[in-house]
Design a protein around this ligand. Structure first.
Ligand SMILES: Nc1ncnc2c1ncn2[C@@H]1O[C@H](COP(=O)(O)OP(=O)(O)OP(=O)(O)O)[C@@H](O)[C@H]1O
Ligand SMILES: [Mg+2]
Length: 255
């Protein structure tokens, strides 16, 4: 059975997509069977995986509206050794169109049930909002990975996210856990970043991954080539950090 991880933070630009794409590629590089599902109308994980989001007839949008089976939408990512369920801006309509439909929060969960045997890891890249798309991600997941920048407002946003996770756990998905908090774009020379990082560790203890993702220009430029950083510059600090994160996850949950 696949371990299903929602990569979530309602704050924008914290590294959700960078983490989704590069963790998918890193887990796949260790021979794990990995599926990446994009739940963001921005389509960044799709583009970053080497798929042109504009040219797609079928995406996760059609899966959520039950117009097509997820198996027909999933395809091998050209740039990594993982599979992708892509998204593009059409997905923005799903929010409104799902509202009056039955089991609207569990559409992704139900769709993924058909594929659970095919993968060891399913990663879900969520949009920067606590909306129905993100709720679909949280309902489908076993656990949440929370990428965050160690800056002043980060902890405030975390309170809302933890509340949402608790609400989903009591109403929709009792097995949902926090897998961990991931410090992204980290600059060890920044005193505030150090402080926030220490605060995080005090509050969340071993829920904070030991691996830290440094700020690294290779990570930022890889998507413009439609590549995970592993295939752009394997020796870069960014590539090594995501390989280390994959290693940390595998050690925590061998399999
Ligand atoms: N470790 C890093 N070092 C340098 N740049 C990074 C790093 N992580 C992410 N970035 C850059 O920061 C920007 C935001 O990252 P990303 O798109 O992964 O965040 P996001 O949380 O998915 O954003 P959104 O909320 O819009 O979906 C991107 O331009 C990305 O290339
Ligand atoms: Mg994103």
């Amino acid at each position: 059975m696949a371990k299903i991880l929602a990569i979530t933070n309602q704050k924008g630009g914290v590294g959700k997509t960078t983490t989704s794409v590069n963790l998918a590629a890193s887990l796949a590089a260790t021979k794990r069977r990995v599926l990446l599902v994009e739940l963001d109308p921005q389509g960044n994980a799709t583009m970053g995986s080497g798929v042109d989001k504009m040219g797609l007839a079928r995406t996760v949008y059609h899966v959520l509206l039950e117009q097509v089976d997820i198996g027909e939408v999933r395809a091998a990512a050209p740039a990594g050794k993982y599979d992708l369920v892509p998204a593009n801006r059409e997905l923005a309509g799903a929010e409104v169109e799902l509202v009056d439909l039955p089991y609207r929060e569990k559409r992704l969960k139900n769709a993924l049930a058909a594929l659970a045997e095919d993968y060891e890891y399913v990663l879900i890249d969520c949009p920067p909002a606590l909306n129905l798309l993100t709720i679909n991600g949280l309902c489908a997941a076993d656990a949440v990975m929370i990428p965050m920048q160690c800056e002043y407002y980060a902890l405030e946003g975390l309170t809302d996210l933890v509340q949402t996770i608790k609400r989903v756990r009591s109403n929709l998905n009792p097995r949902l856990e926090i897998d961990g908090l991931l410090r992204t774009m980290f600059d060890p020379r920044n005193a505030l970043a150090q402080q926030v990082s220490e605060q995080l560790q005090r509050h969340f203890g071993d829920k904070v991954y030991r691996t830290v993702i440094p700020r690294n220009v290779r990570l930022a430029e890889a998507p413009s080539f439609g590549l995970p950083v592993l295939y752009h510059d394997k020796g870069s600090k960014g590539a090594q950090a995501y390989l280390a994160l994959a290693g940390e996850m595998l050690r925590r949950a061998p399999g």
